[in-house]
Design a protein. Structure first.
Length: 327
């Protein structure tokens, strides 16, 4: 099957591309290699993807460009002729979205609309959209279920992800495209973005600098190991194969929230280091907790994550040390 992945040079995207190649699919990859973090990291990720395609003898086309560029997208879809689109490309991060909300709206809303329109124009019938657990905001009910109201986002990033889901539903309704929106819960593992907590904590711990702890350490996240996320995405690709057009939203998480203070303790143990803690106020836009209700994903997709936080952090630390990353 021919699949187009936007944002395919990123953390989740590059792992997903390798998994799809391993499963025998041919791929097109769209990425603009922007400087949200060091573009060399994405270049390294895509080299890994290229190596996998060469080793397996699968077709791989890389398209470097921006999803805000409509003529570029139209040409990509004309050349690649995908059967399935997995739309991961986005401006990520809660705190940066508060500093630059217009950019987040342009990329995450206008860009998503452009990818949907290019898909419609190319006759694509199967579409996956990477949403986020941030759409739940500070939901007082736990765990978070897909049927919960998500009308109170607390960051521009969360608002754009909710907006993307609404656009997806509209294109499903108008044009009969099978679409799944995937609410990812705090994904981590090898190649994790350097701005995210686990990667940042590993660098700070290794450098001996004080570790910033926002709040009293009781905020919690549903940390989800990359391999479990990939299993979920692959199951959703299969779900979209139904002859009748479908639309649905699925949580992809671990459903085992970890408090910040426990995460730090697990990382200290894995690294064999002790942190100097610097207590700071909670930051604007940060939610108090995330916690995925996987009842629906388990029932419909057979999704069942298996990676405990100690195992996942151990794998991340092994990769981190291989990279020689200490700053």
């Amino acid at each position: 099957m021919n699949i187009l992945v936007t944002g395919g040079a990123g953390f989740i995207g590059s792992h997903l591309c390798q998994r799809l190649l391993t499963l025998g699919h041919d791929l097109g990859v769209v990425d603009n290699f922007n400087d949200f973090y060091d573009p060399a990291i994405k270049r390294r990720n895509i080299r890994e993807v290229r190596e996998t395609s060469r080793r397996l003898g699968r077709n791989l086309l890389i398209y470097e460009g921006d999803i805000r560029d409509i003529p570029f997208l139209e040409e990509v879809f004309r050349v690649s002729a995908p059967e399935v689109v997995i739309h991961l490309a986005a401006m990520a991060g809660v705190r940066p979205s508060i500093e630059n909300p217009r950019l987040y709206a342009q990329v995450n809303l206008d860009g998503t609309l452009n990818v949907l329109e290019a898909s419609r124009g190319a006759g694509v019938r199967r579409f996956l959209f990477a949403s986020s657990s941030s759409v739940y905001g500070n939901n007082p009910k736990v765990p978070f279920a897909e049927s919960d109201p998500v009308d109170t986002p607390i960051s521009p990033y969360a608002a754009t992800k909710k907006g993307g889901e609404l656009l997806c539903h509209t294109w499903h309704h108008l044009y009969g495209i099978s679409i799944a929106c995937l609410r990812f819960f705090t994904v981590y593992g090898p190649r994790q973005r350097p701005d995210l907590a686990i990667h940042k904590f590993a660098r700070i711990l290794s450098s001996g600098k004080p570790l910033p702890i926002y709040g009293d350490g009781t905020t919690s996240r549903d940390y989800t190991y990359i391999d479990d996320i990939l299993d979920g995405v692959v199951r959703v690709v299969e779900w979209t194969a139904s002859p009748a057009p479908r639309f649905d939203i699925f949580n992809l998480g671990e459903s085992r929230p970890v408090e910040l203070r426990r995460l730090v303790a697990v990382m200290e143990q894995a690294l064999g280091l002790s942190a100097q803690r610097e207590e700071l106020p909670l930051q604007a836009g940060d939610v108090e907790r995330t916690y995925a209700d996987l009842t629906k994903s388990a029932a419909i997709l057979g999704y069942c994550p298996t990676t405990e936080i100690e195992e996942g952090i151990g794998r991340f630390v092994a990769w981190f040390r291989e990279q020689g990353a200490t700053s």
